[in-house]
Write a new protein. Sequence first.
Length: 434
Amino acid sequence: MSFRLGWPRTLASQLTLIFLISLVCAHGLSFSAQFYERYISARTAMLGNLENDVATSVAILDRLPANERASWLPRLDRQNYRYLLNAGETGEPMRSDDMPMAATSIADALGEHYALTFRDIPGMQKHFQAHLTLADGSPITLDVRPAALPVAYWLPVVLVLQLALLLGCTWFAVRLAIRPLTRLARAVETLDPNAHPTPLDEKGPTEVAHAAVAFNAMQQRIAEYLKERMQILAAISHDLQTPITRMKLRAEFMDDCAERDKLWSDLGEMEHLVREGVAYARSVHGATEASHRINLDAFLDSLVFDYQDMHKQVSLSGKSAVVLDTRPHALRRVLVNLVDNALKFAGAAQLEVGSTAEGELSIKVLDNGPGIAEDELVQVMQPFYRVESSRNRGTGGTGLGLAIAQQLAVAIGGSLTLSNRAEGGLCAQIKIRL
């Protein structure tokens, strides 16, 4: 299993990564500059003190009697260097071109008055010694053990707190920047031209308010455009009924012949198509119906009994025990369209009530008919689309029944999906959020 780092795909993760890297780099550069300046300042002060202290200490030892020098050594020793009253350790002579700054400072402090030699002393802690001879000929060794620049104990804590602050500010900034986009995306996902437009809140920063105003205007234009088109369709369909009726009356007075029967059949088909067009146009405005609370089981029983009274093979299985807040006329029209569709092509229909894994209410209309090809299951939901096999114009279909059912299913806050049954036939499922 290979692990590969890649550029994140979400905007939130991209902004977080960019902000975090830039802030950490800026923080690192700032800390490095301050640490370097502190190091230079401390080194300069330390070397200056070293020169003054070494010059003073050697002058004191040179003026003290030989028998008193040992008692003064504890007063003159420091944390990083000390004085030895002997020739020191044997080491390697230090090269003049590779002398540490401490050795240079010692040479500047004592070089004019004493002959100095420097030697590197090997060992676990590498150090060096400076050798000189006092005025009375006594050897003095300055043993220097360089140490790293001390770091305050609180500094790592401050660094961790600063990084935590950077993370918190980055998270807050990304959340503040992404929240309007998330709200806009959610509004787009739930945009329903068939329902009453729900305007976005136009408060917030200028850019966010401008985007909300543009979205609300777009939503309103879509709703008005759809309403205008449906009104045109309804008007044309309604106006066509009058000339069709006149043509049917004239056909009544024609002599009986084959052409008269064909004309009468064509006029009947045209009249049916016009009525379905009007019904489709009205279905777009199904959301205008007032909502009511209904007992779903009683509602479905009433629908099934009406079909059974007409000697139709319609049955119901399952119980929901749900009191549903919905638009009953729209829901009934959806179920009637689906049941009529099943009766037309299979001769029988079965309603099945249940719930989905997501907790939605499920109403299925099942039949044992020829079904629909898989690649046409989505297309049949489009207006005026007819399957070219068994579900064609010869059966009396207009291609609007399923489109009307889908429009009304959306209007009541649900969805309609079609699928072929494994045992044969079609399954039309209505899902309604509770």
